[in-house]
Design a protein around this ligand. Structure first.
Ligand SMILES: *[C@@H]1O[C@H](CO)[C@@H](O)[C@H](O)[C@H]1NC(C)=O
Ligand SMILES: *[C@@H]1O[C@H](CO)[C@@H](O)[C@H](O)[C@H]1NC(C)=O
Ligand SMILES: *[C@@H]1O[C@H](CO)[C@@H](O)[C@H](O)[C@H]1NC(C)=O
Length: 184
């Protein structure tokens, strides 16, 4: 019986919204973190962006015609494998599904709008969302994690990315990602 008490409190407290601003929004005066423990999770994986060959995982879908793939406005959609190790044959832990676009006229700034959809262990079915700027020629890049689902509800944090290998002929890249997120 005692085991149920905290959980019951959580339900009662978290549904007693007292500040109601019309139909659109309502606000609870309670911080969820007072009731549930916030966790810090770190993830390590490799992102495989394959533009060449028979089975590309990144496709150019928009951009100026008759210009190089990396010109301003070039936009790609991805379904990039995320693996445990740098080798493409290593264990698949998820996929990076989304869009990146060459959004800078002055340097190598990409706009990243990606969902990491995980399939590994307790994170199977959970996602993290990235929305940020990726100066991909820099050795180390940082991008914000703006949310998540499943095990990553209420997620916020950051991703550090570093190019592991790049083939200038095909455009194929392997990028190491370390992600740190706070979530419930
Ligand atoms: C762009 O490339 C296409 C296909 O190669 C060609 O038909 C078209 O004339 C080119 N346009 C310009 C502005 O060069
Ligand atoms: C992940 O979950 C799906 C749907 O529940 C299941 O079919 C799949 O086998 C799971 N994958 C792993 C790697 O556990
Ligand atoms: C990721 O973490 C590993 C282990 O701490 C470290 O060796 C590596 O440099 C980090 N890479 C990035 C991109 O942060």
């Amino acid at each position: 019986m005692a085991l149920f008490v905290p959980f019951a409190c959580f339900i009662i407290l978290s549904t007693s919204f007292t500040t109601i601003h019309g139909l659109f929004s309502e606000q609870s005066p309670l911080s969820l973190s007072a009731i549930r423990m916030e966790k810090l999770t770190r993830l390590h994986f490799y992102f495989h962006d394959i533009q060449g060959g028979q089975n590309p995982t990144a496709l150019r879908i928009l951009g100026p015609p008759n210009k190089s793939v990396g010109s301003f406005g070039s936009t790609f959609i991805t379904d990039d494998p995320l693996t445990e190790k740098p080798e493409a044959s290593s264990k698949l832990v998820g996929r990076a599904q989304g869009i990146y676009a060459f959004a800078s006229q002055h340097d190598s700034g990409l706009l990243m709008v990606l969902n990491f959809a995980f399939i590994e262990g307790m994170y199977n079915g959970s996602t993290l969302s990235i929305l940020g700027r990726n100066p991909f020629m820099d050795t180390m890049r940082e991008m914000p994690i703006v949310g998540g689902s499943g095990a990553f509800r209420y997620a916020r944090g950051y991703a550090l990315a570093r190019t592991f290998s790049f083939n200038p002929k095909t455009g194929d890249a392997v990028v190491q990602y370390n992600v740190s997120v706070l979530h419930y």
